[in-house]
Design a protein around this ligand. Structure first.
Ligand code: RIB
Ligand code: CA
Length: 303
C-alpha cells in the first residue's frame, strides 16, 4: 500500500517511521510534519533526520505550527525531549522540506493515487483537517485514514479524559470525525497494550546496532517519562501500533462508532460516542504481544 505518515517526531513517531520503512507491505511515499511533541520546524527536521538515518529519502512537507484558533503552542518537552528525540541535544538539518504545505501535499497525493493512498496520522489532526478544508475530494480520494489518537473506553494520557494528539487540537480532531472519510481510530484502548520494555530495546540494539541502537538511545528519555507517571513496565509504541493497523487490521478488534470531541471544559479533547456522526472503526483491543514481536522483528531486519 501507498502510505503517508502525518507525524510529530517524537520518539514513538521515529519508531513508526522506521517500522513503515521496514514493512514490505508499505510503500512510504511521504511524510507530513505537524506541531505536537515538538514545534513543527523540529518535527520536519527530525523527520528528515530519521529518513537519512534509515537510508532513504521521501518528500517531507511541513504543516501546521498551531492548533485551530490558538496563537501560541508549547510542546511537552518532558515526554519526548527538548529536541523531540529524547536526550539528543543537537539534530542536524539534513536536506530540506518540499515547497508545498502538508495539506497541499496530502490532497495532491490523494488525487494522484486516488483510492490507493492510506494516511496514517500520528500527530494532532490539524494537517488532516486542513487537507479536508483545502479539497473536498480529499475525503473520497483517500483509501483510508488511520489515526493514532483518542481514548474510547480508556482514560486519557494528557488529562484523565483526553489523549494527547486529540487534546492538542480538539477542534481539528472534531472536524475530522465529522467528515465522511473511512477512519480507523487506534487510541489508547489499543496502544496501551503494546508496551516496549528496556529489555526489548536492549534486544533491538543487540541485533540491529544502527537502527535498533538509535531507537534504544532515544527511548531512554521516553521510558523515564512513563516511569515518572507510574507506567513501570515499559513505554507504549503508540504510533507504531497505528502503522500495524494499516497493514494488519485483522489483529485488532474494532467497534463501529460515531465520534465527536469535547471542545471545552475539563474534558476538552475527550472522544465520545455520537450516533449522529459518520461511523469510525474504533480499535478496542489489539494482540499486544503480536504487535511488539512484529515491530521488533521488522526493526531487527533494518540492522
Ligand atoms: O498520545 C500518544 C500520541 O501523542 C503519540 O502520537 C505520541 O507521539 C504523541 O504525539
Ligand atoms: Ca506522534
Amino acid at each position: 500500500m501507498k502510505l503517508i505518515i502525518d507525524t510529530d517526531p517524537g520518539v514513538d513517531d521515529a519508531m513508526a517511521i522506521a517500522l513503515a520503512h521496514a514493512m514490505p507491505e508499505i510503500d512510504l511515499i511521504g511524510l507530513t510534519a505537524c506541531f505536537g511533541n515538538t514545534f513543527v520546524s523540529q518535527s520536519s527536521r527530525n523527520a528528515r533526520y530519521i529518513c537519512d538515518l534509515l537510508g532513504f529519502a521521501v518528500p517531507v512537507a511541513e504543516g501546521a505550527s498551531l492548533p485551530y484558533g490558538e496563537t501560541d503552542y508549547v510542546p511537552s518537552a518532558n515526554v519526548h525531549g527538548p529536541e523531540g528525540l529524547g536526550n539528543i541535544e543537537t539534530i542536524s538539518q539534513i536536506g530540506k522540506n518540499i515547497d508545498e504545505s502538508a495539506a497541499a501535499f496530502l490532497v495532491r497525493m490523494a488525487a494522484e493515487h486516488k483510492g490507493e493512498l492510506v494516511v496514517c496520522a500520528v500527530a494532532p489532526l490539524t494537517n488532516i483537517a486542513d487537507a479536508l478544508a483545502l479539497d473536498p475530494a480529499f475525503a473520497s480520494n483517500v483509501k483510508e485514514l488511520v489515526i493514532m489518537g483518542g481514548a474510547y473506553q480508556h482514560n486519557g494520557n494528557i488529562t484523565p479524559y483526553a489523549e494527547a494528539n486529540i487534546f492538542h487540537d480538539a477542534k481539528a480532531a472534531d472536524a475530522v470525525f465529522a467528515a465522511d472519510i473511512p477512519i480507523k481510530m487506534i487510541g489508547l484502548d489499543a496502544t496501551m497494550l503494546t508496551l516496549l520494555t528496556p529489555h526489548d530495546f536492549h534486544e533491538l540494539a543487540l541485533h540491529a546496532p544502527k537502527i535498533g541502537g538509535f531507537i534504544e538511545h532515544i527511548s531512554k528519555f521516553y521510558l523515564e517519562f512513563y516511569r515518572s507517571v507510574g507506567v513501570m513496565t515499559g513505554c507504549p509504541m503508540h504510533d507504531a501500533t497505528a502503522v500495524l493497523a494499516c497493514t494488519h487490521p485483522e489483529n485488532f478488534t474494532f467497534e463501529e462508532v460515531g465520534l465527536r470531541v469535547v471542545l471545552d471544559g475539563k474534558e476538552i479533547g475527550q472522544t465520545i460516542a455520537d450516533d449522529t456522526r459518520p461511523r469510525v472503526q474504533v480499535a478496542v483491543s489489539v494482540a499486544g504481544k503480536w504487535a511488539v514481536d512484529l515491530f521488533k522483528e521488522r526493526i531487527v531486519s533494518l540492522g
